[in-house]
Unconditional design. Structure first.
Length: 503
């Protein structure tokens, strides 16, 4: 898989365009669906399903033992590896189904939510459905066929939540509407990727292939389990200590903060993980890619972080409605940690793609411990206190993973600071004009949607003017490189059609 030649940059940019376009479409679709569901369902409905999904996700994090990511990262992939990964994924999925059926009653009693029992038994089908499409999904990533991946993501969310979820909620399905939507989404996604890359259903485990995959996948499994506890442990604490209504308010706040990070993770992991895996033996190119990744991430996320804090009241009212005003304060607190949450994603991709999974797993272990303990202490101040604890844990975890990635990629502290210099300047300019625009629009007492539209327009004009007249200070060397590379790619795609696809 040593094809890290000149064509890799164009292939990666093409992949980012497809993946980014798919994520943009999915995000727009999610916004519409959330607006509808928030007006059909109640906070306790969302809180109940949040607990159920946290439990199924926790059990599911044990699945596959990292066999699927190992298919993407492995340099020399043989049919025995594919067959072994498919068989192992299916076997672990069956174990997860059994585990969820056994745990359903104790978990329901633990959270004092009787409806969790039957809900967990039904959601236990999701790991089995996901196992069906996990190997085809990994092979599509490995081949960098992101058009099919983007289609699967958008189509599955549209059918699952946009059609089934909304229809069930309209019919009075309550929390079960979200359960039906989730299962439908998983099924449609697995079906779509399987049709794009059919995998033989022949079962079998090759011992050498299993050893090859576990050599990489073991560390990934530990890291995945730790990350799941870290990203969902606060929800468990809120549900257990403060109840489903509090979780129903905290959950949307966390989701709105985490959505950009999760979308970014899907973009960088889906596209950059296979691309950076090709640079394992080229340290200079690896360092350049990581520095550019840090710079571009900062240029996007730092201004977005400040805008999210400033516009949280309007975002909540437009997306969720006036009865969800309790989401605003925790959202503003959690938004302060958006940079840390997004930033550690790209560092994690660099570490995993270079095979340093054991060191990655070790750095992951303190993260869930901090999240759970800080969140538990924060419950004394309600969901706002939990949010503060989560941001504190995020900042420490960001520091741990970023320093490891810098060591792996060979970056210095000076390189890191230089990569973020322009992003800080852009964030200051964007937030300054946004603060003035918000003050004016709020003084006029215009609707929340008008505030968002006005600030969005003023921000777009400000950024365009800065890029036009001050490109070097506000974009920096890496930002200018990315803009030129993307523009060149788009021009070549338009002028030469399939020429880029062959590069």
């Amino acid at each position: 898989m040593n094809d890290a030649g000149p064509g890799l940059t164009l292939r990666t940019l093409r992949s980012m365009v497809w993946t980014g376009g798919g994520l943009a479409a999915e995000t727009a679709l999610q916004a519409v669906v959330v607006m509808v569901l928030a007006r059909l369902l109640t906070p306790p409905d969302f809180g109940l399903v949040s607990v159920a999904l946290v439990v199924t996700g926790f059990v599911g994090s044990f699945g596959e033992l990292g066999l699927i990511p190992a298919l993407i990262q492995r340099e020399n992939l043989q049919p025995a590896h594919i067959r072994t990964a498919f068989t192992g994924g299916l076997a672990f999925a069956l174990l997860m189904v059994a585990a969820l059926w056994v745990l359903s009653q104790p978990v329901a009693r633990l959270f004092a939510m009787p409806a969790l029992d039957s809900m967990l038994c039904v959601l236990a089908l999701s790991p089995l459905l996901r196992a069906w499409g996990s190997v085809p999904f990994a092979l599509l990533q490995r081949a960098m066929r992101f058009r099919e991946i983007s289609l699967a993501s958008v189509l599955s969310y549209l059918v699952g939540f946009g059609v089934v979820g909304v229809a069930a909620a309209t019919a009075g399905g309550g929390a079960w509407s979200l359960v039906a939507a989730h299962l439908t989404q998983v099924f449609v996604h697995s079906l779509t990727v399987y049709l794009a890359w059919p995998v033989s259903h022949r079962l079998g485990v090759d011992r050498q292939a299993l050893r090859d995959l576990l050599a990489y996948g073991g560390g990934i499994s530990v890291a995945r389990l730790a990350n799941h506890v870290a990203t969902r442990g606060d929800n468990m604490i809120v549900g257990h200590a403060l109840g489903p209504t509090a979780l129903g308010l905290y959950g949307p706040a966390y989701h709105l903060m985490a959505l950009p990070a999760d979308l970014f993770q899907r973009l960088v992991h889906t596209v950059l993980f296979p691309a950076i895996s090709r640079l394992q033996t080229e340290p200079r190119r690896l360092a350049a890619v990581y520095r550019r990744g840090l710079a571009v991430t900062g240029l996007v996320v730092l201004p977005a972080t400040l805008l999210a804090i400033l516009l949280a009241p309007e975002v909540v009212e437009v997306l969720l409605g006036p009865r969800w005003s309790g989401v605003t304060a925790p959202l503003q607190i959690l938004a302060a940690g958006m940079f840390f949450r997004v930033g550690y994603k790209i560092s994690g991709v660099v570490v995993k793609a270079t095979g340093a999974v054991n060191r990655f797993a070790v750095r992951q272990i303190p993260y869930p411990i901090m999240v759970v303990s800080f969140a538990w202490v924060g419950t004394g101040w309600g969901i706002d206190g939990v949010a503060v604890g989560v941001v504190a844990a995020l900042s420490v975890h960001y520091l741990l993973l970023t320093t490891l990635a810098m060591r792996v990629a060979g970056l210095t502290v000076r390189d890191y600071l230089g990569a973020h210099r322009s992003a800080l300047l852009l964030a200051a300019a964007v937030s300054g004009q946004a603060w003035i625009a918000v003050a004016i629009v709020r003084a006029l007492q215009l609707p929340s949607w008008a505030t968002l539209a006005a600030v969005g327009l003023s921000t777009s004009l400000t950024v365009a003017a800065l890029i036009r007249w001050l490109p070097t200070p506000v974009l920096g060397t890496e930002g200018i490189w990315f803009r030129r590379s993307l523009a060149s790619f788009l021009v070549r795609s338009t002028d030469h059609g399939g020429a880029v696809a062959q590069s």
